[in-house]
Design a protein around this ligand. Structure first.
Ligand code: NAD
Length: 265
């Protein structure tokens, strides 16, 4: 897709390291000619994100803690000093207390973590999309990352599944609000990938193995594959697509049950 994104400027939020889904997406956008800016959460991650951004020719690397409205405002004010417009935004951010990502959702979930999970993993996409849209003078594309645990019960996903369901609903409402301005809002539902955030989920290795054994493609997906599909949603290739949830999960979401040799019963 040489030049597909030439002349387009995009903000990538949620890069932690080179295992991050945001990294696969950033690489794909850079490869297609986009100009990128990045936000990071906290100085410890800033040290990792700056060299990664530099690898992709970017020196716009801005702190932003999305649980703090003032921090989001400050980040967009800083971005506005470098860029007078914006074409796309990637929200690859999620958080929940890992002690509540195991065992029983009903028994484990506290009000404090429920609220925190919703704020960081759901509301922050609304908060950043509002500010990004204000910079999108010529239409644009907004993308968030979700997971199948929003649609069906997955082991240990718990409050995060409830949050992703709300995130997916917020995509539809924002698609309707922003559509008249030529701004598209979509979600990408990625299959399980080993990242920092995923390591907080109970039995994650087993979930990956299950996906590998039971998905139509009989394997897991990579950050690179998520990056390629994100490129479609962020570019003009998907100009007629909004409010969508694109599954990049080796087809796992269509499976009810895989054929096996039935035991004698
Ligand atoms: P990751 O750990 O690399 O990225 C998560 C990011 O969220 C980190 O950069 C972290 O700094 C950021 N973050 C958390 N709290 C924040 C806050 N208060 N302010 C700003 N940033 C904050 O892991 P990842 O797997 O690449 O996660 C990216 C997105 O993809 C998440 O929304 C996750 O739920 C989603 N996702 C992941 C998988 C998977 O299997 N890894 C599957 C489907 C969807």
């Amino acid at each position: 897709p040489d030049g597909l994104m030439r002349g387009k400027r995009g903000l990538i939020m949620g890069l932690a390291n080179d295992k991050s889904i945001a990294w696969g997406i950033a690489q794909a956008c850079h490869g297609a000619g986009a100009e990128l800016a990045f936000t990071y959460q906290g100085e410890a991650l800033g040290k990792r994100v700056r060299p990664l951004a530099a690898d992709l020719g970017s020196d716009i690397v801005i702190p932003c803690d999305v649980s703090d409205e003032a921090s989001i405002d400050a980040a967009f004010a800083t971005l506005g000093e470098s860029w007078d417009g914006l074409d796309f935004i990637v929200h690859a951010i999620g958080f929940s207390d890992k002690n509540e990502l195991r065992g029983s959702y009903t028994e484990m979930t506290t009000a404090a973590n429920f609220t925190q999970t919703m704020l960081i993993s759901v509301y922050s996409f609304t908060a950043v999309t509002r500010r990004a849209a204000a910079m999108m003078k010529d239409g644009g594309s907004c993308l968030t990352l979700t997971y199948y645990g929003a649609e069906k019960v997955m082991p240990h996903y718990n409050v995060m599944g409830v949050a992703k369901a709300a995130l997916e609903a917020s995509v539809k409402y924002m698609a309707m609000d922003l559509g008249p301005r030529g701004i598209r809002v979509n979600a990408l539902s990625a299959g399980p990938i080993k990242t920092l955030a995923a390591s907080g989920i109970g039995d994650f290795r087993y979930i990956m193995k299950w996906n590998e054994l039971n998905s139509p493609l009989r394997r897991n997906v990579t950050q690179t594959e998520v990056g390629k599909s994100a490129l479609y949603l962020l570019s003009d290739l998907s100009s007629g697509v909004t409010g969508e949830n694109l599954h990049v999960d080796a087809g796992y979401h269509v499976v009810g049950m895989k054929a096996e040799d039935a035991p004698d019963i």
